[in-house]
Write a protein that binds this ligand. Structure first.
Ligand SMILES: *[C@@H]1O[C@H](CO)[C@@H](O)[C@H](O)[C@H]1NC(C)=O
Ligand SMILES: *[C@@H]1O[C@H](CO)[C@@H](O)[C@H](O)[C@H]1NC(C)=O
Length: 191
């Protein structure tokens, strides 16, 4: 008897739990600002990682392995950006306090983006003779920069939509700086 009743009991418990969570309102409104903040922290860490690898890139044949590493780390950065966009889009509107934290995270991110891009631009001569020392890697870097620029803009838009009014109004100050840093870096690689 017990053997038969146990699954039934589990099923009843499970159904009750599911039913309860589906019908009773949560104690607090669910907000995802912490998820967005965690995603931005991950972005910032990955930027630092990429930046270090770029700094150590010597170009030429001897730099071939590191060029592959730069490409892998750039792809990871794109993955992290996409994850942050999804987190921002799924999030409820931020409260004032959450908007402040997210705005601060972006204000901290901006100089990290700018210095990483400046570093990538400074390495253009190395990327120019990067592919096994015989061909240019700069076309690939330019493509990567355009991708990163696109996803950064998407992230900015997604986040701005969730900020409370005051912070949403201030957001373009930071987002425009990030956009122009990308535009300058892309331009440097096109020349
Ligand atoms: C990137 O590297 C450059 C050169 O080493 C450094 O000046 C800059 O602070 C670094 N930026 C980040 C975000 O690590
Ligand atoms: C979230 O904020 C936007 C304005 O930024 C507003 O249009 C929208 O109605 C808000 N959504 C909720 C669920 O409050």
């Amino acid at each position: 008897m017990l053997m038969l009743k146990l699954p039934l009991l589990l099923l009843t418990l499970l159904t009750t739990t599911l039913f309860a969570s589906a019908t009773s309102p949560p104690v607090t409104t669910k907000r995802d600002a912490p998820t967005v903040l965690a995603a931005v922290t991950k972005l910032s860490t990955q930027l630092t990682t990429l930046n270090k690898t770029v700094s150590a890139y010597p170009g030429g044949i001897e730099g071939s392995l590191r060029a592959l590493q730069i490409q892998a780390e750039t792809i990871q950065l794109e993955v992290d950006l996409k994850a942050a966009i999804v987190a921002a889009k799924r999030s409820a509107n931020f409260t004032d306090a959450e908007s402040l934290s997210v705005a601060q995270a972006f204000i901290a991110l901006e100089p990290a983006i700018a210095s990483t891009l400046a570093n990538i631009v400074a390495k253009k001569p190395e990327f120019d003779d990067g592919l096994l020392g015989i061909a240019s890697l700069s076309f690939l870097v330019e493509w990567d920069l355009q991708q990163l620029s696109f996803f950064s803009t998407q992230l900015g838009k997604a986040v701005q939509e969730k900020l409370s009014a005051t912070y949403a109004a201030l957001a373009p100050l930071v987002l425009d700086q990030i956009a122009s840093a990308f535009a300058a870096a892309v331009k440097a690689y096109q020349s």
